[in-house]
Design a protein around this ligand. Sequence first.
Ligand code: SAH
Ligand code: SF4
Length: 352
Amino acid sequence: MTITNKINIYALDFKALETWCRPWGQSKARAREIWDYIYKHWVADFNKMDTLPPALLTRLDTEMEIYTPRVLARQEAPDGATRKDLLELQDGERIEVVMLRYRDRRSACISTQVGCACGCVFCATGQSGFVRQLTSGEIITQIVHLQRELAPYSEELSNIVIMGMGEPLLNVPETIAAVRRLLHPYGLAFAPRRITLSTVGIVPGILKLAQENLRINLAISLHAATDEVRNQLMPINKHYPLDDLFKAIREYTTHMGRHILLEWVMIDGVNDTEEQARALVTRLAGLPAHVNLIQLNPTEGYAGRPSPPQAVDAFTAILDQAGIPHTMRQRRGGTIEAGCGQLRRQSQDSEP
Ligand code: SAH
Ligand code: SF4
């Protein structure tokens, strides 16, 4: 555990750094120079920023730190395509970040909270309860950590999915601040379409995202098309039932002129029935949507089983008939419990 009084430079947005640089003149150019060092060259030590005036450097070194979380444990799938890091934050709390390697891209799955309060029955994070919010700095440093590791191989992340531990729309201010830094042209400069935020369906958060006009992709963890089934799986549905959720989704897609991604974990005999498929078709009438089917990953606290292939075929046939585009998400990270919903605060076996 490392607690200091210094400000983590990754916790500052551009304006805040610019204000801080004001005494040295040309504050915008100075702040940009510093951001180049920390977001483009991954410099981890102020002394390496040798183009800055010495007085500015000394002050930076006294008041700030360049902090990224410590890796407590690392697990890599045998094929090397998925890697999960258990990270320790400055107060000793732990989160997980996953990197997925595809042939032509590198994707990061990042967390927004320590734990989660939503309690979806099939999710390991939900099963472990809520601990605290992550700050925007803690969200950003997960990306910095991965980029730093890729840089020596001349590789970089191409996509970010905000689908790790926690519910991003129950941590709206910090998540939005982090996304703005990911998008900022002087910062990580990601194109909005390369970032996807997944939410359990927090209605005010969805409307806020539309207002903020970030233009990132939005995914909704739907998993059921009737309140009866969704209430059993996802307690949050009692606060934001499906009619309210779809009203917000329709507002979002109209306002943004974008389609929406709907995630659906296929659970044997629970939500993989033809009745659920038909209810889904009814809900999606006229909505620009893409359905992402996901095989259920096993978790300790839930006895449900993945859908058998026949059920998946019958379900997708109904979507096909209605002309609803869908894909079955490639199963990744299962062997090291880095798959969707398997993230937890403790390493299973490789604690050093
Ligand atoms: N809280 C957000 C983002 C994190 S969860 C959300 O719920 O959308 C990321 C995705 O993993 C969600 O779609 C979630 O429903 C899914 N998921 C959770 N547990 C799972 C499991 N055991 N198997 C497969 N997907 C799961
Ligand atoms: Fe939280 Fe998402 Fe897991 Fe539900 S699925 S408990 S919202 S992290």
